[in-house]
Design a protein around this ligand. Structure first.
Ligand SMILES: NC(=O)c1ccc[n+]([C@@H]2O[C@H](COP(=O)([O-])OP(=O)(O)OC[C@H]3O[C@@H](n4cnc5c(N)ncnc54)[C@H](O)[C@@H]3O)[C@@H](O)[C@H]2O)c1
Length: 352
């Protein structure tokens, strides 16, 4: 690796690449963005121009054969993650893969096999693990401050927050709210529980609101969804059971006629508990119950978490350290996500 920098090729020149991944990599001392690839060359060129990145590609093989690149960040829609990860692994490129890992367990297993055979570094881009709140709670978890975690509740309930474009079209996304926002809260909460082995899932999915017009929300009016295909679920609820007896309840919606609940994750242990956002730690001292609010460094967006995520990836590539979230984490989360769909379709709990 030249100059001790991970040399990155961005795959997919859309929103997450433009607003999050590229700006984060550009701030990282241990990374350098060499190229952007998109099947629409003008999108790749626009990002190269905007950020001063030298090479734009619209042919995958050209990016994968480029010896100046040793890593790729997969920022395309969900349905392409499997084929792109397998191609990148075969080309010997280290991989950061946007969430969700894939659209099915079979795909995630195929990706794991290709990555393991090639020996490249693979990291799942579960960005919420890199928020200050998650870092604090996971440190306390490691110090056994919560005792045995036996239950957790998580969710993300938007009143009107359906993303437009391919997100609502199952053929282009592989799934709706579960794969889009459920993945964030399920991964984070599972991580904060200490990653117990999931054994069964009971899930229900809904699509009752569908496409809508509203004057009440800026930025999330589902215009593309209204004009395009909408055959995905917009809401889901699930109960996940773990081998150690713990449970997790999940509530997700893009649109619901109820009060908005921003992304939340709460863990309950025998000695203490924690709430992710706003962060609060629950304990007991001298016979009193305590609510502790850690003082955070002010951060006004998710971007610092993307910066920590990309810096961790680059550092692992350079040092050979094992990245977190790992390949196996991606696969386990995929099992929980797809089990929600399987259970909803069957109308009963499914075993993992
Ligand atoms: N971590 C986060 O918080 C976060 C936020 C947004 C999106 N995402 C994830 O990032 C991914 C991309 O989402 P987005 O909102 O940026 O999508 P987007 O539609 O804005 O951008 C995707 C880009 O990839 C290109 N593309 C798609 N398939 C391709 C292929 N096979 N080959 C070449 N180019 C291809 C498209 O032309 C498009 O420019 C999704 O998997 C999404 O779930 C993660």
């Amino acid at each position: 690796m030249s100059d001790k920098k991970a040399r990155i090729g961005i795959i997919g020149a859309g929103t997450v690449a433009r607003d999050n991944q590229i700006p984060a990599f550009l701030k990282c001392d241990e990374a350098e963005v060499i190229a952007v690839f998109d099947r629409h060359i003008e999108r790749a060129q626009a990002l190269c121009q905007r950020y001063g990145i030298p090479k734009a590609y619209s042919v995958l093989e050209e990016l994968l054969n480029d010896e100046d690149i040793d890593c790729v960040s997969i920022c395309t829609g969900n349905v392409s993650h499997e084929s792109l990860v397998i191609a990148a692994a075969k080309a010997g490129k280290n991989i950061l893969c946007e969430k969700p890992m894939a659209i099915s367990v079979q795909e995630a297993e195929n990706m794991k096999k290709a990555v393991e055979e090639s020996g490249v570094t693979f990291m799942m881009a579960f960005v919420n693990r890199f928020r200050q709140e998650s870092i604090i709670i996971s440190e306390l978890l490691e110090q056994q401050r919560f005792g045995q975690i036996y239950h957790a509740r998580c969710g993300w309930v938007r009143r009107r927050g359906t993303p437009s474009g391919w997100f609502t079209d199952k053929s282009k996304s592989g799934g709706g709210a579960v794969l889009d926002i459920g993945v964030h809260v399920i991964d984070l909460t599972w991580y904060l529980m200490g990653r117990p082995r999931p054994v069964s899932v009971s899930g229900v999915t809904h699509r009752q609101i569908g496409a809508y017009e509203t004057r009440s929300v800026k930025g999330w009016a589902a215009a593309g969804a209204k004009n395009g295909v909408f055959d995905n679920e917009e809401a889901a609820t699930a109960l996940i059971r773990f081998e150690n007896g713990a449970s997790m309840s999940v509530d997700i919606s893009w649109a619901i006629n109820g009060k908005e609940e921003k992304m939340f994750s709460k863990i309950y242990g025998t000695r203490g508990g924690a709430s992710f956002r706003p962060i609060e730690i629950y304990g007991e001292e001298n016979g009193f119950l305590t609510d502790t609010v850690p003082v955070l460094v002010p951060e006004d967006s998710w971007q610092p978490a993307f910066e920590r995520e990309t810096a961790h990836f680059a550092h692992c590539v350079l040092t050979g350290e094992k990245p977190m979230p790992s390949l196996d984490d991606g696969l386990t989360v995929q099992r929980m996500l797809n089990a929600i769909y399987d259970s909803a379709a069957l109308g009963r709990e499914v075993q993992l």
